[in-house]
Design a protein around this ligand. Structure first.
Ligand code: NAD
Length: 367
């Protein structure tokens, strides 16, 4: 198989974790007889520096030509007070829109080797295995009208939370299809006691659920969900929610996995006739300016995102499982970065990448 992949390292630790993720991708492709055609593009702060815009046309073109896109992270502190259209994060919204990826999948698992890294009690976290399905193209982040107007005490800011029935339907179908392959439970998160937007969301979710009689559905208000994620995380299987709520809840869920650096994500759009999904794959974390350039960042979220790419965009389940297993093996070995609080000296970003490649090689040789 030839895998045509666009790589966007982005900013800060995005560059460092991408290097390791690509290393693992090349290694897996070579070991399993696939060829890869990699292109590299600019997105985020680096794109602003080099082209004046966070999402250059050349990057758009490359993304539309590729089968799948891998992104490190975007964001540079020097743009913190820039207007929204000149901020690196605008590039992120732009590429999601261009690829029309409408569902962001964020699996959260507690690994045995990392249970002590979570600030939560072991018995609460042990056995957690959930996936957050976050709607990605609607809601407050894209709704109009938006903007800041007026001056003085009358200066005013507006954002609009908007969803159409069809946007809710397609992401709900995806959540239920995932649940069919898991423990067959969907929990839909909304704020229907206050927001009309959430009332439509809940009504449409209930309608779609009727097509999946084997899957149990329950509803939870977002504020209670935030609490239950850290009180009773094992009650969740597939957590379905809209854009803003999903953004916040998935960072909160990071504590269950030990570190935000562990979390992969897959943003999925249309399904090709071959059955593969158009996808944008990225770790959940940002560009972490506080540790950028120090070879300290945990690359496992990025490497897990490569596994998700192999699984969802290319249907290479065996190759994806080899990467997931290698991650587990490296965690068990204790050679992990500082964020996972290892007993001995922490490993560097590149040492963890090398260890994953070695673990994949061992798995290959046992076949
Ligand atoms: P962040 O995820 O970059 O960092 C939060 C904290 O987690 C920091 O202390 C950081 O050191 C730590 N951390 C993050 N990833 C880590 C890793 N792989 N290994 C070890 N530690 C890690 O979030 P932030 O500080 O709120 O945002 C920094 C910048 O990133 C901002 O410009 C923000 O807009 C951007 N951002 C981008 C994305 C993205 O590209 N998808 C996502 C979130 C934030």
């Amino acid at each position: 198989m030839n895998l045509k992949i666009l790589v966007l390292p982005g900013d800060g630790i995005g560059v460092e974790v991408t290097r390791e993720a690509v290393k693992v991708l090349r290694h897996v492709a070579e070991a399993s007889g696939h060829t890869i055609t990699l292109s590299e593009g600019l997105l985020g702060g680096i794109a602003i520096h080099k082209t004046g815009t966070p999402f250059p046309e050349e990057t758009q073109k490359l993304a539309l030509e590729a089968d799948a896109t891998f992104l490190g992270a975007v964001g540079l502190p020097e743009f913190d007070s820039a207007p929204p259209e000149k901020r690196p994060e605008r590039g992120l919204l732009g590429i999601r829109k261009t690829l029309q990826v409408y569902a962001n999948l964020r699996p959260v698992r507690s690994y045995k080797a990392l249970i002590d890294s979570s600030p939560l009690k072991n018995e609460l976290v042990d056995g957690t295995d959930l996936i957050i399905v976050r709607e990605l193209t609607g809601g407050l982040y894209y709704g109009t009208p938006r903007g800041i107007s007026g001056t003085g005490p009358e200066e005013r800011a507006v954002n609009t939370m908007t969803y159409t029935r069809s946007e809710i339907e397609r992401v709900t179908h995806m959540a239920f299809q995932l649940a069919m392959k898991r423990r067959k439970k969907v929990t839909s998160v909304d704020k229907s006691n206050v927001l009309e937007n959430s009332q439509l969301w809940r009504r449409v979710v209930i309608e779609v659920a009727a097509h999946y009689p084997d899957v149990a559905l329950d509803h939870i208000l977002v504020d209670n969900c935030a609490m239950q994620l850290v009180l009773t995380p094992k009650r969740f299987d597939v957590v379905l929610t809209e854009n803003l709520f999903g953004d916040i809840l998935s960072d909160e869920a990071a504590v269950l996995a030990g570190s935000i650096g562990m979390l992969p994500s897959a943003s999925i759009g249309a399904q090709r006739p071959s059955g593969a999904w158009v996808g944008l794959y990225e770790p959940v974390h940002g560009s972490a300016p506080d540790i950028a350039g120090q070879n300290k960042a945990n690359p496992l979220g990025a490497i897990g995102s490569i596994a998700a790419m192999l699984e969802y965009s290319f249907g290479l389940t065996a190759e994806a499982n080899a990467v997931y297993k290698a991650i587990e093996g490296v965690l068990d070995s204790g050679r992990v970065t500082a964020d996972l609080k290892p007993k001995g000296a922490p490993a560097t970003t590149s040492e963890v990448g090398d260890a994953i490649c070695q673990a994949v090689a061992v798995l290959e040789s046992r076949k």
